[in-house]
Design a protein around this ligand. Sequence first.
Ligand SMILES: Cc1cc2nc3c(=O)[nH]c(=O)nc-3n(C[C@H](O)[C@H](O)[C@H](O)COP(=O)(O)O)c2cc1C
Length: 382
Amino acid sequence: MKKYWLRFYNYIYKHLLTKVIFLFNSELIHNLLVRYGEILGKTLLTRKLAFFIFNIKSPILSQNIKGITFENPIGLAAGFDYTASLTQILPSIGFGFGTVGTITNHAFEGNPKPRLARLLKSKSLMVNKGFKNNGIDAVGNKLKNYNFQIPIGISIGQTNTGKFTQESAVEDIVTAFKKAEEFDLKTKYYELNISCPNLNTKVTFYDPDKLDELLTKIKALNIKKPIFVKMPIDKNDKEALSLLDVISKNKMDGVIFGNLQKNRNNKTLDKNETAKYPVGNFSGKPTWEDSNRLIELAYKNYKDKLIIIGCGGVFNGQDAYHKIKLGASLVQFITGLIFEGPAAAALINSELIGLLKKDGYKNVKQAVGINVNKLAVDKASL
Ligand SMILES: Cc1cc2nc3c(=O)[nH]c(=O)nc-3n(C[C@H](O)[C@H](O)[C@H](O)COP(=O)(O)O)c2cc1C
């Protein structure tokens, strides 16, 4: 029954509400929605009401990963909630986990505008935020007041003031981790974002030695919560494997594939839409293929060592299931939420339950990497 209500809500959002909402500036609407979500999350009544309308629960979706219970595998990716405003409402609208940030050691006002725009034909967003955030002190002070119903993580990256050398950027990131730890928050995991393409910096962690320097210093902090490294999607297989090797050697817990699409020639990007925005990089559909390629690559080579989180171009349950079958234990999204509306996570979960049952699985874990394993079996029998 709930499935039909969710579909109805989704229809109203896509065919009526967006006709109005999409007339206004994307960043303005985004800020309003986050503010609205924060208000709804503040009172028990609105949380319960939203839960009643949206939430989908089933043991088939529940997994324990790195000692953390994820009641469902669908999470909010880094970049939607820079102000740690949505942690209380996310479980009520069907999310199984959510990431705050990316947060940096120092506050930063963001890149010059435009910072966000909708590319409707490309099913994408132009993103040029450059880590607009209040800094780890402010965010830590806010989060320390909260308990969380679902696993919440903090994404940490380098401060985007353009003033850092390679060495001082490492110090900056390590300091942000140290400060986050000192708050002793009830958050459950960290993301280390090494892959934002919108930063004004020459610092890079795509050279394996440089990544090793950063990870060694982070490892020395002895952080007990899992750390997932947010990866670029514009690397070829060889380059990606050399980074995964360093990540695995440094005993990070997992990787997220991945971040925004830099390639403006990506075939799903409409040239007339990208021409309007000389700055920024792209989310949504243009990230789909590269994200999938790298999830599969990571699963084939590191499935016993790294948890893989799939992110990029997920709009529905089929999309999430595709990433899971390529090796993703968890799935994150943002653009699908903007295009499909607040029922998106619940709908994805509801569709996922149907797909898993149809294929005879008792738990989502059984489907992780199933297409890659099948491929290996098929090849072996040739
Ligand atoms: C508005 C916006 C801001 C983003 N900011 C961040 C960020 O701060 N840190 C990060 O790791 N990824 C960031 N991303 C990338 C997303 O987390 C995600 O990797 C990418 O959008 C692909 O997922 P999607 O197609 O579901 O949007 C941002 C994406 C969007 C749309």
